[in-house]
Design a protein around this ligand. Structure first.
Ligand code: BDR
Ligand code: CA
Length: 325
């Protein structure tokens, strides 16, 4: 099996870190870089979360981290710290903070796409600011990218940061609009209904992972703890895993049970519906520009994640807070 060349463009908190674990540990993945974008938590915390994740996977220093756009294209940055806390459950990496690449994330995305024209897969699990900036900076970027795998929006369903909008598209709606109209090959993993129905791990499943009691399982339990509390406070019966699902459907397409071709466009003109993702399913005479995942095998997805966490991997460095309870 040839591993998939990929970059994960991320706002590095909670389930973003689980997506990074998939990119780092799945033999189907050839993770060439982590590119960071303004989103969930502040950049310094994102870097700490990425280093913690690399260390938990036993791969600290092996995959370059590139810092990207520090704010959306037009709007002010909106954090999701109220949802995720610090994004890594208060864990701390022993020793000095490892370095990050000097190369900007946008330049790394452009370079890596040009190095593998038509092959590089980019898992986009944060606001799309880096991707939009790359397509503006390099006229060949759209053609060079194999395809984008975007976590964002809702498929004629509810938002999460507002009634209309999902967080990633809300934070930088102009970037999302530019990306969906640029001509990329795109697969979308939406928030509603897909994530809310097929990618929520309830307490029983979380207990199964906690019982595994490997360092990876303990890492997972800690990093999802803050988001679990928030999710349950808003009526979601468990921790939400849209980002790791996005990586999973790229690496294991057999997880997809239903998908459709849609014309996707993003609202940027209205404050009321800013970031709303209009997804037309083909009866409105619009030309499709994305494949939207409609249903996945939820049990198989949980088995994939829990199976990954059962691997007994010694962290690259000591991680304070990862001790057995
Ligand atoms: C998205 O918002 C972020 O808080 C999560 O990391 C995920 O990418 C879900 O709306
Ligand atoms: Ca994310």
């Amino acid at each position: 099996m040839t591993a998939v060349p990929l970059v994960i463009d991320t706002d590095t908190a909670q389930d973003d870190c689980v997506a990074l674990l998939a990119g780092l540990l799945d033999p189907a993945a050839d993770l060439r870089a982590i590119t960071m974008v303004a989103g969930n938590v502040g950049f310094d915390q994102q870097v700490r979360n990425a280093h913690l994740t690399l260390a938990a996977a036993g791969r600290l220093g092996e995959v370059p981290i590139h810092l990207g756009c520090r704010r959306p294209l037009v709007r002010e940055w909106v954090s999701a710290e109220n949802v995720h806390g610090d994004g890594s459950g208060g864990l701390a990496l022993a020793g000095d903070e490892p370095g990050v690449s000097e190369e900007h994330a946008v330049d790394a995305l452009i370079r890596l796409a040009a190095d593998a024209p038509g092959e590089l897969q980019i898992v986009c699990i944060g606001p799309l600011t880096n991707i939009a900036t790359a397509l503006v900076k390099d006229p060949d970027f759209v053609r060079n990218v194999g395809s984008l795998w975007i976590m964002g929006g809702s498929n004629n369903g509810r938002g999460n940061i507002t009634a209309a909008a999902e967080y990633n598209f809300y934070v930088d709606p102009e970037a999302a609009k530019a990306v969906f109209s640029a001509g990329f090959t795109i697969t979308v993993v939406p928030w509603d209904p897909l994530t809310l129905r097929d990618a929520v791990f309830g307490r029983e499943r979380l207990a199964q992972i906690a019982e595994v009691d490997t360092p990876l399982a303990r890492f997972f339990t800690r990093i999802v703890s803050a988001t679990l509390a928030f999710d349950e406070s808003v009526g979601i019966p468990g921790s939400t895993h849209p980002d790791s699902l996005t990586a999973a459907v790229l690496l294991h397409p057999e997880l997809v049970l239903a998908a459709g071709d849609y014309a996707v466009d993003i609202e940027t003109g209205s404050e009321l519906t800013r970031g709303y993702s209009a997804m037309s399913w083909g009866v409105h005479g619009l030309t499709p520009n994305a494949r939207v995942i409609e249903r996945i095998d939820s049990d198989a997805f949980f088995a994939y994640i829990s199976g990954m966490l059962a691997c007994s991997i010694t962290p690259s460095r000591e991680i304070a807070g990862l001790e057995r309870a």
